[in-house]
Design a protein around this ligand. Structure first.
Ligand SMILES: [Zn+2]
Length: 282
């Protein structure tokens, strides 16, 4: 089943008097959404009681929960000691999503500012070590989702993310952030053919499960020389990308991704718009 939902809370969630994430489950279901991404972008801090409450509500209303790991994770750092800190942040994410009922942990692979090829080799080595460490620490059973990135200085082109995911066909599932991809290449996603080229590459490089059930981030994103500048909402007509061509391909390729909308302020409303675009094809 394909799922749609927001990353974080829409302005309207707060405007309607809601304050806390457990209240979001019913709110999302009533709108017709069935996924939600919880951000630990600035750090993993949540009480066990709150995590359990969120988990109970999300289960009750059948909302698939994923989480976004801290932005400062860097598997391409030259220092092994620094990388061990990143491993620790991912373990803390797993500990947090366990009671929340989540399975997918999205993370940014790291910095490529000192050269892409070397950064990728480091990230591959560290991802292998991370998977081993998670097994040894009783953290298996969770899915790590390295994300395609939007800035030139970051590791995470489509090819780099596929290379990382090839290390484990079960526990690594790519996050394709199409706004990031479009921003990285200065507006490369215009036609269905532009999306198709990337999807064909993914299906040729990864397992069917990794490709069909990929994690998706979607929003329109302003970009410049160095790539991503800021997230917009779906009313943007300048930067893109447009979701319609991708929606057609998701259907054609019989994909069942979790589609998380990362629009500014109106992420839930925009997630519904994405869902409507997809359903209009049926
Ligand atoms: Zn991200």
């Amino acid at each position: 089943m394909i799922r749609f939902g927001p990353s974080g809370h829409s302005a309207s969630f707060y405007a309607e008097g809601h304050k806390h994430t457990p209240e979001a489950a019913k709110w999302l279901r009533d709108k017709g959404l069935n996924a939600y991404e919880y951000s630990f972008g600035r750090g993993v801090s949540i009480s066990q009681a709150t995590a359990e409450k969120i988990g109970a509500e999300m289960r009750e209303y059948d909302i698939a929960l994923s989480c976004h790991a801290p932005y400062y994770i860097n598997l391409a750092h030259e220092s092994d000691e620094e990388v061990v800190k990143s491993f620790g942040y991912i373990e803390r994410c797993i500990e947090a999503v366990k009671p929340m009922g989540g399975e997918r942990i999205v993370f940014h692979p790291g910095s490529a500012s000192k050269g892409r090829a070397a950064a990728l080799q480091l990230a591959l080595k560290r991802t292998e070590a991370l998977l081993k460490r998670l097994d040894g620490g009783g953290y298996s059973g969770y899915i790590l989702c390295p994300e395609t990135m939007g800035k030139k200085g970051q590791l995470g082109t489509c090819e780099e993310i596929c290379e990382m995911c090839r290390l484990d066909g079960e526990r690594l599932i790519p996050t394709f952030d199409w706004g990031h991809i479009n921003a990285y290449y200065g507006g490369s996603l215009k036609s269905a053919g532009d999306y198709r080229k990337i999807l064909d590459y993914v299906f040729s490089r990864l397992t069917e499960r990794q490709a069909r059930f990929m994690h998706i981030h979607f929003s329109k994103i302003q970009y410049g020389q160095a790539g991503e500048i800021r997230h917009l909402d779906l009313t943007d007509t300048v930067y893109g990308p447009d979701f319609e061509p991708l929606a057609g391909l998701l259907k054609e390729y019989k994909m069942e991704p979790v589609v998380i909308c990362e629009s500014r302020e109106n992420m839930a409303e925009d997630a519904l718009k994405l869902k409507a675009m997809y359903e209009n094809l049926l």
